[in-house]
Design a protein around this ligand. Structure first.
Ligand code: NAD
Length: 499
């Protein structure tokens, strides 16, 4: 199916993808597939004031009714899972199974948010004063700005939006300039749900297509209560301080540098599965991609032998063909960054297996690579840097504490895992002295999180949490209420004032 036909099915207006100033290329073959109109910086202020109006009306709608809109959106997504998933594959280069998987994540978060719409509860707290009661109430926050990365072009927005909406907010989305089509499709599908819902205020969800300047205008706007920004650490280092300078809130989901420790007691069959999906899935372009393996010297040769064999047989090709496991990199910049990292790794003593460009004859403008395994003598500077491509650095250890120290000795802190059948090692890894990451797993890899848990990481990953658990609280403001039902007005801490 052609992209235009797919977009039409999803409800995107054909005029919006022709003649614009933003050229959209598919990583499948590097060819232009659309030209999308861009918003200006001035459009951002207009969108924010519209969103503010929408929020003012929406915050008074009972939360379970707000949940109904999200339920309907989940229903539309179920109907269009295949089409939207395919569009993700065309625009972001994910294999079909992963494109559909990303839409399933959207459906899952909608289900979660619908349940949440009846569970936005606070605490009742014992007061130190007689005849008093304390409690917490949670109120909607306002306008939520979502800035997203190319590699999860639809799921990240939905994680934020499903929760933000049931919490009573309005959302403005600035998707990656590399993936505007999937954003337009999501907006069209959301509008389908809005029609079914009936009486929602206009502009509850808006999309602003544009580059960094549009993102910056959203970041700097005082009426955007929360900026949820997903992308590189470089981006987060700019966005975080700018939002803080105006006392706004930010939720940062930035780069990762995720490691798997394979201990001497590991089940190597399990470890192989976990490493392979984590390292070469999505062509190494997930924030949770496994970038480092820290393996006990007694099993290192065996693991490396099996890994090289599996890498050599992984099917690289068009993500639109069934059977493909490794699709393309997003663009030439990404390929160049991978080659630079491999050169640096060699200079730092690494032995590289794979990493070369393939399928160049078939796709002269598509960037397909053989995923690389790089044996490193130590965790040098190149290993500590997130290169957004399929490079797996493998390092050996002899002493378990050294392995844990190596796992933690990088600037990022997103996801981590240990493969071990030793209870002491596994529990230590999960303890306060173990992994310092936001995600720590045992006998399961670093990527492919479920929506039920809070998602995010520490250190340069930004500290934000979104998706499940109590991540909803960041989309609301907390009020502490004290109610006096006595006939006195005692002061806290027993203070006597003017008596
Ligand atoms: P990127 O940082 O280049 O761009 C992300 C988004 O930020 C884009 O929409 C871009 O236009 C916008 N942007 C860039 N600079 C900005 C600025 N100064 N102000 C406002 N907006 C700005 O990232 P990318 O290449 O699209 O994505 C890959 C990166 O994202 C990787 O580092 C990956 O680890 C990270 N990522 C993290 C998570 C997570 O949940 N932690 C999820 C997905 C991707």
């Amino acid at each position: 199916m052609q992209t235009a036909e797919l977009l039409e099915k999803l409800g995107v207006d054909a005029a919006s993808i022709r003649g614009g100033s933003l050229s959209v290329a598919s990583p499948v073959d590097g060819q232009e597939i659309a030209r999308v109109a861009q918003h200006s910086v001035a459009d951002v202020a207009t969108a924010v004031s519209r969103a503010k109006q929408a929020y003012t009306a929406w915050r008074s709608v009972p939360a379970p009714r707000r949940g109904e809109l999200v339920r309907l959106f989940g229903e539309v997504l179920r109907e269009e899972k295949e089409n939207l998933g395919k569009l993700v594959s065309i625009e972001a280069g994910k294999i079909l199974a992963e494109g559909a998987g990303e839409v399933q994540e959207m459906i899952d978060i909608c289900d979660f948010a619908v349940g949440l719409s009846r569970q936005l509860y606070g605490l009742t707290i014992a007061s130190e004063r007689p005849g008093h009661r304390m409690m917490e109430t949670w109120h909607p926050l306002g306008v939520i700005g979502v800035i997203s990365a190319f590699n999860f072009p639809v799921a990240v927005w939905s994680w934020n939006t499903a929760l933000a909406l049931v919490c009573g907010n309005a959302v403005i989305w600035k998707p990656s300039e590399k993936t505007p089509l999937t954003a337009l499709a999501c907006q069209a599908l959301f509008e389908r749900a809005l029609k079914r819902f009936g009486d929602a205020p206009a502009d509850l969800s808006q999309v602003l297509i544009g580059e960094r300047d549009v993102g910056e205008a959203l970041v700097d706007n005082h009426d955007v209560a929360l900026v949820s920004a997903t992308g590189s650490t470089r981006m987060g280092k700019e966005v975080g301080p700018r939002v803080a300078a105006r006392f706004g809130r930010s939720l940062l989901e930035l780069g990762g540098n995720n490691a798997i420790i394979v201990s001497e007691s590991a089940d190597l069959n399990l470890a192989m599965r976990g490493i392979l999906f984590g390292a070469i899935g999505t062509a190494g372009q997930r924030c949770t991609t496994t970038r480092r393996v820290i393996v006990h010297e007694s099993v290192a040769d065996e693991l490396l032998k099996r890994l090289r064999k599996a890498y050599d047989s992984a099917v690289i090709g068009s993500p639109l063909e069934t059977g493909t496991l490794v699709g393309p990199l997003i663009d030439k910049d990404s390929f160049d960054a991978m080659q630079t990292a491999l050169k640096n790794a060699r200079e730092q003593g690494g032995t590289v297996h794979g990493g070369e460009r393939v399928l160049q004859d078939k796709y002269p403008n598509g960037y397909y690579v053989k995923p690389a395994i790089v044996e490193m003598p130590e965790q040098s500077s190149v290993v500590k840097h997130e290169t957004f491509a399929p490079i797996l650095y493998v390092m050996r250890y002899t002493d378990f504490q050294t392995a844990v120290d190596m796992q933690n000795d990088v600037p990022q802190g997103l996801s981590s895992a240990i493969f071990s059948n030793d209870l002491r090692e596994a529990e230590f890894f999960l303890s306060a002295n173990g992994s310092d990451c936001g995600i720590a797993n045992v006998n399961i890899g670093t990527s492919g999180a479920e929506i039920g848990g809070a998602f995010g990481g520490e250190k340069e990953t930004g500290g934000g949490r979104e998706s499940g658990s109590d991540a909803w609280k960041v989309y609301m403001r907390r009020a502490t209420n004290t109610i006096n039902y006595s006939r006195e007005l005692p002061l806290a801490q027993g203070i006597q004032f003017g008596d």
